[in-house]
Write a protein that binds this ligand. Sequence first.
Ligand code: ADP
Length: 604
Amino acid sequence: MNLQSPSTAERPISLQSARTRVILVVLLILAGLLASVWLAGRAAERRQWAERTVEARGQLELYAQSLRILVERYRSIPAIIALDGEVQAVLRAGPDLLRRQQLNHRLQRLSLEAGAAMVYVLDSEGTAIASSNWDEPTSFIGRNYAFRPYFRDAMRTGGGRYFAVGVTTGVPGYFLAQVVRDLDGSPLGVVVLKLEMEELQRDWAGQPGILLVTDRYGIVQLASRPAWRFRYLQPLGPQLRAELLSARKYAEQTLQPLDVQVLETLEGGDLLRIAGPDGRHDYLSLRQPLVEDGWTLQLLHEARAPDGTSRSYRLAAAGAWLALVFLLLFLAQREKNRRLLQRSRVELERLVDERTAELRQAQDELVQAAKMAALGQMSAALAHEINQPLTAMRMQLGSLGLLLAKGDGAAVQTCLARLDGLLTRMAALTGHLKTFARNSPGGLRERLQPDSVVDHALLLLEPRIRQDDVLVLRRRAADAWVEGDAIRLEQVLVNLLHNALDAMLGKDVRELRIDLQRAGDDWLLEVGDSGGGIAAEDLPRVFEPFFTTKPVGEGLGLGLAVSYGIVRELGGLLEVHNDRDGAVFRIRLPAAAAPVTLRAGAQE
Ligand code: ADP
């Protein structure tokens, strides 16, 4: 037989789903953590790049400026030389060795004074006829430079500029060319000034970063690090390569590519990965076009791994994220606790209400049971008590007949009065019995006088008191008022009186003391007897339910327990102690104000 209950079959599923949920939440938190760390790192990096870009931009401006100043300084020199009559004359004169030699000397002096690298004159065919380096092994004289664009440009437009590596010297430089015109305006030749920028490069070498000057083809013409020179940043088509070689621009140098990969385009710059002569590195790259000639100045700064700032950004983001998560968890837990607390409070209240109702019912039942027990005890005495007046009445009725026959009116009156008295007594007795037996709902709060409650209780027990020949000593207090349920208080008193009478049975002295007096805010109603008191070991137990020292059938042990409960319910206290000759039960009740009576008004 399959005994598996549905609950055991369901539990693994709910457990599993709870675990899945926990895993999901943990994954979400981790994902959030990673995302926030990554984003913070990115933000920090971007900030750093932006800062460094601004720095590098300033540096680049300075380089561009120094380059521009250098070129500007020499720009006018070829133009001035081109206007020189001697130069024009030499060009016009054709091969005149002496004049050419004189020009050589002049050019040499000029170049020395101007600080330019080289100054030379080409004829209309592009052949150098005079040069400042005439006396050096790399002298230009006799060489033809017609293939150089600066020559062609100058012949065609009047001026030309060109960056190139000297075919003769192998030294790169900037060539400034100016046409020399005859008087009729026809071109006689070209004056060329070559600027060698080796010195500038050397100055740059000490600066941070790598500075490159690239031409319009992306070929590095100048570099602060020599190894980077003549490498190209953009792919060169085969046609362009051939062209460059035909112009012999890069004479002996072999053009080598730089493997450039754009990692990221930043604001004002790029993040490049370049496999350069120093190996593969990431660089922050900034470019600045040098307006003329399609040259570009490019500054590369090695992109260092994110430094401490971005690490602390990441840590801060992780911290903030974790704090947020913990805060949310804390709030969720608190909400859960609050709901749990509320639920358990509601449950507790419900339980308390339930138990209170149960207790009240049990108490009511006990009160009733005790009452019935008291009634049972009283019934024998009551039967006797009612029997007595009945016998007396029968006798009175008998004598009444005789008296009527005698016509003794006065005696008949006395007899009738006696009969009336007997009937009134019986009526009062039965009336009280009825009240006593009634099941009071309890909790009634009326203004009442303890004295009158005592009166009623004594009336109920009067036959017994008389029968046992008990002396009753009372101290009344007419101004005593308390609040409560008269029937229940009477029940308490009947219990106490009953016990007192029981205790005094067979004693020589039988004195019942009922004492009512004020003590602070309370009224103390004491019932004392001369029954010898309660044994010391029994004293703490007399209020326990079912505690009795009486023979079976006579005592239930409920009277005092019920009485205790009733007095507590009235807001009072029931205490016991032993007196000189017996037990004293004290009912302590809070005093209440006397009701306003009409009599008070009538006194005025
Ligand atoms: P019961 O009267 O049915 O025994 P009670 O609760 O009224 O139940 O009383 C409990 C016990 O307390 C009595 O059996 C008796 O031993 C003791 N007791 C109560 N009142 C007195 C008293 N006035 N003097 C001596 N003993 C008393």
